[in-house]
Write a protein that binds this ligand. Structure first.
Ligand code: MF3
Ligand code: CO
Length: 260
């Protein structure tokens, strides 16, 4: 397998998959408040995905038991939704969602605060989000994949944060995970050359403390080893010969990106 280049028709379908997933995230964000369970967020996300006639791609993926990954505080990714896990004021929560539209995947993640959160938590969320935008300054035909990785890493390390190494971004298309792997930490080599028509899920996972993580006994939930807060920001991105197209932003977010 090598990196796939999408045709104009495939790009149309991925654009729609991305547009719909942005709405799923918008709806989930509205529901975030102290007292809601992570189970309820999962059910809401799944309901919105299905209302579009789409399939939640995470459900049953390698046996994953839900549609949305809901990771709280020191949970990095792949938190399993539970009726018993109630969000509290001051928590941060990472929502990762994916859907399939007419055979094509989109994948995106956001971290939100629950009610009022600490200045430290706010900064972690904002730096993680911004690191994605620092990375995609290099997401252009002719550059190399690891130009993106190195830009994300440099930006986050500037804040003393730990860039998670055990999980990476990925190509995406007719499968959730395609080549190439997209590390967020510093790389010695430049990686594959970027070409128009590649679609990539770029997803910095950033710890306020050390980069080390481990897996809980449920075999899914990834947590920071030092129990520091962790944030996640992900979009599905189309490489072009100019500005990249971020497929999983809302219309409002797209307008803000265009003004950058
Ligand atoms: N968004 C995750 C990724 O990019 C997928 C979650 S794994 C699953 O790899 F099992 F929950 F689907
Ligand atoms: Co992903």
């Amino acid at each position: 397998m090598s990196v796939t280049i999408k045709s104009t028709r495939e790009i149309e379908l991925m654009r729609e998959a991305g547009r719909l997933l942005a709405i799923v995230h918008e709806e989930m964000e509205k529901a975030i408040k102290p007292g809601i369970s992570t189970y309820e967020i999962d059910k809401l996300g799944e309901e919105v995905i299905r209302s579009f006639g789409c399939i939640p791609s995470f459900l049953n993926y390698n046996g994953y038991p839900a549609s949305i990954c809901v990771s709280v505080n020191d949970e990095v990714v792949h938190g399993i939704p539970s009726k018993k896990r109630i969000l509290l004021e001051g928590d941060i929560v990472s929502l990762d969602a994916g859907l399939i539209y007419k055979g094509y995947h989109s994948d995106a993640a956001r971290t939100h605060g629950v009610g009022e959160i600490s200045a430290e938590a706010k900064q972690l969320i904002e730096v993680t989000r911004q690191s994605f935008f620092e990375g995609i300054k290099f997401a252009k035909e002719g550059n190399h994949l690891h130009d993106i990785s190195n830009a994300i890493a440099a930006y986050c390390e500037g804040y003393g944060y730990g860039v998670v190494r055990d999980l990476v971004g990925h190509g995406i298309g007719t499968a959730l995970h395609e080549e190439p792997q997209i590390p967020n930490f510093r790389q010695k080599r430049r990686g594959v050359k970027l070409m128009s028509g590649m679609t990539l899920a770029i997803e910095p996972m950033i710890n306020a403390g050390d980069y080390d993580v481990f897996w809980l006994d449920d075999d899914w939930t990834v947590v920071s080893a030092d129990e520091s807060l962790s944030a996640h920001y992900e979009n599905t991105v189309l490489i072009t010969n100019g500005e990249p197209e971020i497929l999983t932003l809302t219309e409002k977010e797209k307008a803000a990106f265009a003004r950058l």
